[in-house]
Design a protein around this ligand. Structure first.
Ligand code: ZN
Length: 413
């Protein structure tokens, strides 16, 4: 399985200039190819295929206007085309229903103003980690890396990222052996809490970390200040960087939090049951909604990766499952429970429920039933240990409902 490992880079000013050039070249190649496909579409000509784009790139390098493309590793340029092709594929698959999840928009032109600039080097590019622990990139140099943790193996690619606050990162993709933890009988259902981050079926409440509580307020303040600055002014640029820095701090804190929590849950449980994100999103508190969404999705991504790596099962529960209003004691489906209702008594058996804990217990029960079904059907469970899987929800639901969708295709790693 493939995992990503991300580290801060500390390029020298000269290396920064070379990187800026590479970002620019990758952007131009991406945009040229996108423009060519768009033009073909407008002219009602056939779709330009990947091989044809690649040939066009080779031709472009021979022209006087694009000769500077040769200053950059050819792999970086090919990877820019690969990004575009992936974005198109995702878009087509999303249109045809072959791709699950939020509807993807068509690829968009890249801009030097984008909040992230990225280039990718694959093994063909002969990037290397030097004996001194630097990252050697062709035509850029040997960059200093802050190795915050060990790379567990030989990376197959590295993406260099420049974020909106001017920080550089290297994101390595590494093939990792799955490494099952000793079996445990404990299982857990997780419900995304209303006033907390999550509630577990064993009754544990995971509080919203402080950054979630404060982030929205800080962001709102920084954004308000940004909106008051005159367009194009120096002060506006400063305010923009301030907003970006708040974002960056929040995302670092979110990453730490998600790492810690996902590690703990994967260690302690053999099977983990979650509600699908789209359902969870419906139940969200209005406060810090976007921040909360992003944290939840990062957390579930990490949980999924770690479960696969450590031989645990993850089952996602179908989005129409009435986890909130079903009594976890007797199974009666009660009346609808508006968000304001934090606790309720079952109309049939009289059990008092905390809203979130009841939901987490229902998720646990539904997840167990699904997992049992899967193992009886003999499907993906027959491989035994290490065969962690993610069960797709049946995928019938209206995707527009949850309102947490990205309308554009993300093009780079
Ligand atoms: Zn009941």
């Amino acid at each position: 399985m493939q995992l990503r490992y991300r580290y801060r880079l500390e390029p020298t000013p000269k290396q920064q200039a070379a990187l800026a050039c590479a970002f620019g070249c990758a952007r131009v190649v991406f945009n040229d190819a996108l423009a060519a496909r768009e033009q073909a579409r407008r002219d009602a000509k056939p779709y330009i295929d990947d091989a044809e784009l690649s040939k066009a790139l080779t031709r472009a390098k021979g022209t006087t206007e694009r000769t500077w493309l040769s200053d950059v590793s050819a792999v970086v340029l090919q990877q820019a085309l690969a990004d575009l092709n992936t974005a198109y594929r995702n878009f087509f698959h999303s249109l045809s229903g072959k791709r699950r999840g939020p509807r993807m928009g068509p690829p968009r032109f890249r801009s030097r103003r984008d909040t992230r600039q990225t280039i990718r080097f694959t093994r063909n590019a002969r990037f290397a980690i030097t004996p001194g622990g630097r990252l050697r990139l062709p035509k850029i140099g040997e960059l200093r890396v802050r190795w915050s943790r060990n790379l567990p193996g030989e990376p197959s690619s590295v993406t260099v990222i420049l974020d909106s606050t001017g920080r550089y990162f290297a994101s390595f993709v590494v093939d990792v052996e799955s490494n099952p933890l000793p079996h445990t009988d404990t299982e857990v259902g997780i419900d995304l809490g209303l006033s907390s981050f999550a509630v577990l079926s064993d009754g544990t409440t995971i509080a919203n970390p402080r950054f979630l509580r404060n982030a929205e307020r800080r962001l709102a303040k920084a954004q308000k200040s940004l909106s008051r600055k005159e367009k194009g002014s120096k002060n506006r640029e400063k305010a923009r960087i301030r907003v970006a820095k708040v974002h960056a701090r929040v995302s670092d804190a979110r990453r730490d939090f998600a790492h810690q929590l996902s590690t703990k849950i994967v260690r302690e449980n053999q099977a983990i049951y979650l509600e699908d994100l789209c359902v969870a999103a419906l139940a969200h508190t209005r406060l810090a909604k976007s921040v909360h969404d992003a944290s939840w999705s990062l957390f579930t991504t990490m949980l999924t990766e770690k479960a696969a790596r450590y031989g645990r099962d993850i089952v996602r529960i179908d989005r129409w499952f009435p986890s909130t209003r079903m009594c976890s004691a007797c199974g009666t489906v009660d009346t609808a429970k508006p968000l304001a209702i934090r606790s309720w008594d079952c109309s049939r058996c009289g059990t008092s429920h905390d809203r979130d804990l009841n939901a987490a217990r229902n998720i646990l029960a539904a997840g167990r039933a699904e997992r049992l079904n899967a193992s009886h059907a003999g499907g993906r469970h027959s491989t035994g240990v290490g065969g962690a899987h993610v069960r797709p929800h049946p995928g019938v639901a209206a995707r527009e409902e949850a309102g947490t969708h990205r309308s554009h295709a993300s093009t780079c790693a």
